[in-house]
Ligand binder design. Sequence first.
Ligand SMILES: [Zn+2]
Length: 79
Amino acid sequence: MECQEILKILSDYVDGELSENRCAEIRKHMEECSRCRKFAETFRESLELARKLERKQAPQSVCESVLRAFREARAGKGN
Ligand SMILES: [Zn+2]
């Protein structure tokens, strides 16, 4: 699985909406990819913070803005 795949399904992963097989693939990727691991942590923390502030499910816009920031950071750094 590639980083882009992870990004696409990360919000479902964090919400526990993926099958066990899919979760296992993501965890395997994260063992090898510190970038995605860090991002998943940040993503989860952002959602938790948003939920605390809003006292309800994080609005989709929060997920979108976090994902966008990550994509831009990756694009900016290059390889
Ligand atoms: Zn990755």
